[in-house]
Design a protein around this ligand. Structure first.
Ligand code: NDP
Length: 299
């Protein structure tokens, strides 16, 4: 609680800054000790404005952590065969430890083909079937999708061990909902996954000690749905109209209502969002260490 009767705010921005600083220190250490410079290559096909911003931010953050950053921009008309050939070259390049193909891809390219072409050891998004399978079967060397990994880190930091808590994951996408549920299960939570066909969403939410909302619907989760004292992680990023013809970002949770009931809550922006890139850097560092036969740093 923050002294005003509201939930404690989980400051993802500050946590992500700390994580990035620890990653930067570890990068400097392995560079000095082993001459190893982790390298991340991001591939962007086409000119989607949001993707361009994401890719620019990823590049800056990678360099900021002392890693080698490369961004390959391809025209929207690039064929699937040419993209697969590029991935084959990156797979074979020992200086590239992480490969990220920015999604969504233009409609003529099959995203599944592209993801499966990436060497699982370089799949820093954690979307390859090998990494998905490793996560779901509890293998420790999975590269885990960045956003749910970030949510888990914030939860552990706020709550300590999660054993025995009931967790509701709202949303079942492959990039957030499903891996989030797997991570919470591995952390010994009792996990429920809700989605658009769930009958009593409010009732399901009300049982949860931990509620992770990843639906993409502004303010859908009401304060009255939340169990008093629960930890609420809001993954949603929704742009809504604001005063003066501007727009602003809001999450999937009605923040002010929820804050009055919850024990902990992430804001939007400044909650989960900054963790995604920090966890991408973490995955790149882990991939680089493994490629050199070094133990993955415990950060
Ligand atoms: P998807 O659209 O892939 O999945 C949304 C999920 O929400 C689906 O499982 C869907 O159910 C469910 N859903 C939609 N409407 C309802 C409803 N009315 N009631 C119950 N469930 C519903 O989204 P993503 O998982 O990719 O992303 C979710 C949100 O997280 C978005 O706002 C996105 O922008 C944000 N995001 C944020 C990131 C970050 O870095 N912070 C990273 C990735 C995503 P069904 O399966 O039945 O259709």
């Amino acid at each position: 609680m923050d002294g005003t009767g509201g939930a404690a705010i989980i400051d993802g921005k500050a946590f992500a800054e700390g994580l990035r600083a620890r990653i930067g220190a570890e990068v400097a250490r392995i560079k000095a000790a082993h001459g190893l410079v982790p390298g991340l290559t991001v591939v962007l096909v086409g000119e989607d404005p949001a993707s361009q911003v994401y890719v620019r931010n990823k590049g800056k953050a990678t360099e900021g952590a002392g890693m080698k950053s490369d961004t390959i921009r391809l025209p929207a008309g690039t064929s699937e065969a040419d993209l697969l050939a590029l991935i084959a070259r990156l797979n074979a390049d020992a200086a590239v430890h992480g490969i990220l193909v920015q999604l969504p891809l233009p409609g003529h390219i099959d995203e599944a083909h592209v993801i499966e072409a990436i060497d699982p050891a370089k799949d820093v998004d954690g979307f390859h079937l090998i990494n998905v399978g490793k996560l779901h079967t509890g293998m420790k060397d999975a590269l885990v999708p960045c956003t749910p990994q970030g949510c888990l880190m914030l939860l552990r930091d706020a709550l300590g061990p999660l054993d025995g808590r009931s967790a509701l994951v709202l949303g079942r996408s492959n990039i957030v909902g499903k891996p989030m549920a797997s991570l919470l299960l591995a952390a010994n939570c009792t996990v429920t996954i809700a989605h658009s066909r769930t009958r009593d969403l409010a009732g399901e939410c009300a049982r949860a000690d931990i509620l992770v909302a990843a639906v993409g619907r502004p303010g859908m989760v009401k304060g009255s749905w939340i169990k008093p004292g629960a930890a609420v992680i809001d993954v949603g990023i929704n742009r809504v109209p604001a005063e003066g013809g501007k727009t602003r970002l809001v999450g999937d949770v009605a923040f002010e209502e929820a804050r009055a009931v919850a024990g902990h809550i992430t804001p939007v922006p400044g909650g989960v969002g900054p963790m995604t890139i920090a966890c991408l850097l973490r995955n790149t560092l882990i991939a680089a260490c493994r490629s050199a036969g070094l133990p993955a740093p415990a950060i």
